[in-house]
Design a protein around this ligand. Structure first.
Ligand code: SF4
Ligand code: SF4
Length: 333
């Protein structure tokens, strides 16, 4: 397909992100995470390169508009440069989700030259006292992340040809889900001209309850959420800048013990996960997946699988992890 036709197709269809975990190595120590360097008892090898590259034909059939490199910590992937160079040929935007530890100015400039101009930093606190309760990293590591983040924001503000998009991902736990922390993130994001500030609840993949049960969100946070909602009502944000009020309301409902309906799950419209050579709707959906990356899909086949997925969504149960792949303005109600 020539470029013109490809662009034409992209405009006609809804845009979809392909999220690829490219390495399960990590250099951070988030207490709740399974990839935490001290939680894992084995060294995770890089994923084989051929399991990370989607064919041109399938990129088109799945209507992929952006590649999102995730992990673990994707900057540690040995194949990072090969992966970037492969996807760059399709003129797709490439976004990197990183803990920020190794995103030094030199690395950012290098990645940007290669084709990554969108960065999302995962950080769950902006002062070290709180940060150290969530991550077992030293103060020096925390300061390095903040320094790297400020460099990125400066580039984003003054040289958007180098950093086109800069976002933050914040995992909400029992101790940072409160208005004072949310307000700190909002003011930091405004001050540093960030593109997006996305919150998502912590979830338990076995490691949270084992290593940091005190960080689990619970009924105790309902009062915090009331305060957050009441304060956020007085602000207006530009579209897609941060989670909508419905996110906070849905989270409050969930923590009060109400069930959220899976029928509104939006993953099939926005994201496709490439995980261990399989194309999936999410990590947790048991009833359906697209299938092997090596198979050939046409767009009609993709739509058929998505239809089956939607018709069986009632088999899902909405859990905290279900929030993280939804679009920023998602509502479960
Ligand atoms: S949450 Fe991300 S940065 Fe933290 S340990 Fe896990 S993979 Fe690493
Ligand atoms: S498990 Fe959750 S995120 Fe995944 S498809 Fe079901 S409702 Fe959506």
């Amino acid at each position: 397909m020539n470029n013109y036709n490809y662009l034409k197709t992209k405009k006609l269809r809804e845009l979809t992100e392909l999220i690829i975990d490219i390495s399960y190595n990590c250099n951070s120590k988030c207490r709740f995470c399974q990839w935490n360097i001290t939680n894992s008892h084995e060294t995770y090898l890089d994923l084989p390169l051929n399991q990370l590259l989607l064919s041109r034909e399938n990129i088109n059939s799945f209507n992929i508009s952006r590649i999102v490199l995730s992990g673990g910590e994707p900057t540690l992937a040995n194949n990072l440069l090969k992966i970037i160079s492969y996807y760059k040929q399709f003129s797709l935007s490439i976004r990197l989700i990183s803990n920020g530890i190794s995103l030094t100015p030199k690395k950012v400039e290098k990645l940007s030259k290669l084709g990554i101009k969108e960065f999302v930093i995962s950080i769950n606190a902006l002062d070290y006292d709180l940060y150290s309760m969530l991550h077992a990293n030293t103060k020096k590591v925390f300061q390095r992340i903040i320094k790297n983040l400020k460099f990125l924001s400066n580039k984003h503000k003054n040289q958007s040809n180098i950093v086109l998009f800069l976002g933050l991902n914040v995992v909400l736990t029992r101790i940072n889900c409160n208005w004072s922390t949310i307000y700190q993130f909002l003011t930091f994001s405004y001050k540093h001209n960030l593109s997006q500030l996305k919150f998502q609840p912590v979830f338990d993949d076995g490691y949270l309850s084992k290593n940091a049960p005190e960080l689990a969100l619970g009924y105790e946070n309902v009062e915090d959420l009331r305060e957050i909602i009441s304060n956020l009502k007085t602000y207006s944000f530009k579209d897609q800048f941060t989670n909508s009020l419905t996110f906070w309301r849905d989270l409050k409902k969930f923590l009060k013990g109400k069930e959220l309906s899976p029928l509104k799950c939006a993953v099939c419209k926005n994201t496709i996960l490439l995980h261990n050579g399989l194309l999936k709707f999410c990590f947790w959906c048991q009833h359906i997946e697209y299938g092997s990356l090596f198979k050939s899909y046409n767009h009609t086949k993709v739509l058929k699988i998505q239809k089956d997925f939607k018709e069986n969504l009632n088999k899902c149960k909405v859990l905290p992890q279900c929030f993280c792949l939804q679009p920023i303005n998602h509502s479960w109600s």
